[in-house]
Design a protein around this ligand. Structure first.
Ligand code: IVH
Length: 835
């Protein structure tokens, strides 16, 4: 019999490609092709080998498990080999009449045939995407841990495994076999992976391609101190060698036993029966996949009873009693069509790869982030390159690596453009920073738009109904230039905007307006300038002259949106200090920093004028964040924006005196150390504060006197040099004044500001007509009340709006005082908390 040469050549090519990919993957923790491609090539090879048994070869990658153990580690010979699993796939595009789950059904049918049982029972588990590990315990003590290696021999990584906290060093309970080998997966939780990479990108370290590479790379570090810094975890899913002692007769009961002895076993492990049970589990876990804390690439079905497992036995690399049912891959190959940059709220220029559309884990991906210029340089991504893109969980798709063999001729390395694509301002990078920024600040429409989107967002000013699309148009039309302009919007402008957005040409809009407007009065006209840059539909500046007074035909156009938005704007005017600070979009000031600032300082007027070093007194605010707040407040444009907001009726409902906790912090020594003067450490700052009573005396002192006061000459000189710079001397004076002012305004501990409701607990329930619950809460809190979510005997009173339910019943039952809204309003008014 002759074998056709094309099959022979194809088999050789596949073996070579798979061998290279497997070598890179297992021995160098590197990925040449996505898993999905690897699986596909392997299946093709297996099919060809099955069709041409004369070409089969023991050395073919189809018969190998994993990679050769690295000589860097001592070898561990597995007493019981570590096997692999066969794969089943669900066909995403079945032909009519074809069963997409044929492979799973075939697997179950084989078991039914061999065992003569209907609907066998399976232990089902996630297929963790990490690194297989065997842990050996002798008399309950962890003695050795090894990687899978080629299945027969692995690498001794005991020292590194000892760094993983969830792996027990000594087993809990009792009754463990004398020798117990537990097998499972070491993995890196997704959040830790993201955090690790974020740091690596900031500090120019090695970025991990995916959590699995992270786990594999960390575990195969020679230095266990390095691997200790990488957060790894572990789930047990099976056994290796067991000597002396009885284990339960089913896999599921064995896992339960392992959990008792202290091994982490995933809560997602279950027991189901028959094909329907398996497919139901596959769907269920598939739906939960994105929300899990770790990556999985499928689920594993294992015949539950060990006797049945023995009867089924093994084929080449894998058991016949278990199979992995894979999910759609999270990594795919595609081509980079362009690299563009996107300008964010803080001006950060993020490079984005525009991709040839590709399906990744059920979604079409056309863009992927490249994070920053350093990352592009590290990966050397170029336009035209074939790349691996990854989309896992709800994380933005990213380019993981380039496939160097597939680079077309004539590509050039990518360079950050010199000018912002939106406003044309220079793109610059501050020293030591990984991020490039557009220097246009708020004159850059991209930054303005993003700033307004952030300002209006739920956790900021919470302006319901003001979607990104409207903001974009309002900015493009020049109606909204800064956040304060939002509070000047009127209903007519909004209606016009909505109409414009819902129509597709100026002619159509004119026709619409003709239908919908009933002009009234004569003479004056209103000019609305709509610069609707709708790109594809080709609009440009449009000047619309409308009669000054007209009536919208409310029957024909939806006016509710405009009415609701006006109401939402009105409601958002009364806000908390924390929300407003967050809404301003100060770099590095997230929700928690905004909350801390509000708690510690209590007052916008104070915060907007404090010298930056004072912010460092707030726990968790360091120099970088403090400087950033100071920098923001030092920009006249930003101060103007705050003034405009206040002028347009934005009010802070929870202003209060600085926290009493601040008082102990307000010392000259702290101030001097917060100024970040070279060589002036906290110890030196304390010495200075003891020797000199005020900043003014320090300002004019000579180096000689500093030395006399006990400072080393080096420190004294550094201080004098620092003071020589006018800006520094001015900062010192300003900080000194601010210190005195803060001291005057900050109550002593135990002394309360104006709290008529101090010590009272209030519960709000039902709907209030005159204000939102948040508003009521803020005003009650401003008077010192604690606003709680549930009613108890300790509740001082309940405020019940309309349609109050169980909380009102509970209050009545417990005899707690109940106020209606009118009483609340009167009380608030009496205590200066007017609407
Ligand atoms: S059982 C004899 N269970 O998948 C059965 N493996 O391709 C051996 N894996 O090397 C494996 N989650 O790294 C099993 N719940 C699970 C698993 C799992 C992930 C990995 C493991 C193994 C590979 C098999």
């Amino acid at each position: 019999m002759t074998t056709d040469t094309s099959a022979r050549q194809r088999i050789a090519a596949l073996r070579e490609q798979l061998r290279l990919a497997s070598h890179a993957y297992h021995e160098n923790d590197e990925q040449l092709i996505p898993d999905a491609d690897y699986d596909r090539l392997m299946r093709e090879l297996e099919a060809l080998e099955a069709a041409h048994p004369e070409l089969d070869d023991e050395q073919s990658p189809s018969h190998q498990i994993g990679g050769k153990p690295s000589s860097r580690f001592a070898e561990v010979v597995h007493a019981v080999p570590m096997l692999s699993l066969g794969n089943a796939f669900t066909n995403p595009v079945p032909k009519p009449g074809e069963d997409p789950d044929k492979e799973v059904r075939d697997f179950v049918r084989r078991i039914e045939e061999v065992l003569g049982r209907h609907d066998p029972v399976f232990a089902v588990e996630p297929k963790f995407d990490g690194l297989a590990i065997s842990l050996r315990y002798e008399n309950g003590v962890f003695v050795q841990g090894a990687t899978r290696g080629d299945g027969a021999t692995g690498e001794d990584v005991t020292a590194n495994l000892r760094q993983i906290k969830v792996i027990p060093q000594q087993l809990d309970g009792e009754g463990w076999p004398q020798v117990l080998e537990v097998r499972g997966e070491v993995y890196m939780p997704r959040a830790d992976f993201e955090r690790y990479n974020e740091q690596a990108r900031l500090h120019g370290g090695k970025v991990l391609a995916n959590p699995r590479n992270g786990a594999a790379g960390s575990l195969r570090q020679l230095d266990s101190k390095v691997s200790a810094q990488r957060p790894l975890s572990f789930y047990a899913y099976g056994l290796g060698e067991v000597q002396g002692g009885q284990l339960p007769a089913t896999h599921s009961a064995t896992l339960a036993q392992l959990a008792h002895w202290g091994f982490p076993v995933s809560e997602l492990c279950q027991v189901v029966a028959g094909v329907d049970g398996l497919l139901g589990y596959y769907r269920d876990i598939g739906e939960r996949r994105d929300g899990l804390a770790f990556d999985i690439d499928g689920v594993v079905y294992k015949l539950d009873d060990r006797e049945g497992q023995q009867a089924m036995g093994f084929v080449a690399r894998a058991p016949r009693w278990a199979i992995a049912h894979k999910f759609p891959a999270q990594e795919q190959t595609t081509t980079v069509e362009a690299i563009e940059i996107q300008i964010g709220r803080t001006g950060a220029a993020t490079p984005v790869a525009r991709l040839k559309p590709v399906h990744v884990a059920g979604v079409v991906v056309t863009n992927a982030t490249l994070h920053n210029a350093d990352q592009i340089a590290r990966l050397d991504v170029r336009v035209g390159d074939a790349v691996i893109v990854r989309r896992a969980g709800d994380v933005i798709p990213e380019v993981v690596s380039v496939i160097p063999d597939r680079r077309p001729d004539g590509t050039t390395p990518w360079k950050m453009p010199a000018a912002c694509p939106v406003c044309g301002a220079e793109i610059v990078r501050e020293e030591g920073e990984a991020v490039w920024r557009c220097s246009g600040e708020l004159s850059c429409p991209a930054q303005r738009k993003e700033a307004i989107v952030h300002f209006a967002s739920r956790k900021a000013m919470d302006i319901d109904g003001l979607g990104d699309k409207y903001i974009e148009t309002l900015v493009d039309a020049g109606i909204v230039r800064g956040v304060a302009d939002l509070y000047a919007l009127d209903r007519d402008q909004l209606l016009l905007l909505k109409l414009a957005l819902d129509t597709d040409s100026p002619q159509a809009l004119a026709a619409q307006l003709g239908q919908h407007l009933q002009p009234e009065g004569s003479g004056d006209t209103l000019n609305y300038i709509l610069r609707l840059d709708a790109g594809d539909s080709g609009w440009r500046a449009q000047v619309l002259s409308l009669p000054a007074r007209f009536q919208w035909n409310t029957k024909k156009i939806a006016t509710r949106w405009a009415d609701n938005l006006i109401a939402a704007l009105q409601a958002s005017r009364r806000t908390t200090l924390e929300r407003l600070l967050f809404a301003l979009g100060i770099q590095h000031v997230g929700e928690s920093t905004a909350k801390a600032l509000s708690l510690w300082f209590g007052d916008l007027e104070l915060i907007r004028h404090l010298p930056w070093p004072m912010f460092k007194r707030v726990p968790d605010i360091g120099g970088e964040v403090a400087r950033s707040i100071g920098h923001f407040m030092a920009q006249p444009g930003n101060q103007q924006a705050i003034d405009d907001l206040l002028a347009r009726g934005v009010q802070i409902t929870d202003a209060h005196a600085p926290s009493a906790k601040l008082r102990a912090e307000l010392t000259l020594a702290n101030l001097l150390s917060d100024l970040e003067i070279p060589k002036v450490t906290p110890v030196r700052a304390r010495q200075l504060a003891q020797a000199f009573a005020s900043v003014e005396t320090i300002r004019d002192e000579s180096a000689h006197n500093f030395v006399t006061a006990g400072l080393p000459a080096e420190t004294a000189n550094a201080l004098v040099a620092w003071l020589d710079v006018d800006a520094n001397a001015a900062l010192l004076s300003a900080a000194g004044k601010a210190l005195d002012e803060l001291l005057a305004r900050t109550p002593e501990a135990g002394q309360h500001s104006d709290g008529v409701l101090e010590g009272k607990t209030v519960v709000l329930t039902g709907t209030l007509a005159q204000m939102s619950r948040d508003d009521a809460k803020a005003r009650l809190e401003a008077l010192g009340a604690k606003v709680a979510g549930s009613v108890s005997k300790k509740t001082s009173f309940v405020v019940a709006g309309t349609e109050a339910g169980s909380k009102l019943d509970k209050a009545n039952e417990l005899g707690v005082e109940v106020w209606d809204e009118a009483r609340l309003l009167a009380f608030l008014a009496d205590n200066g908390e007017n609407a």
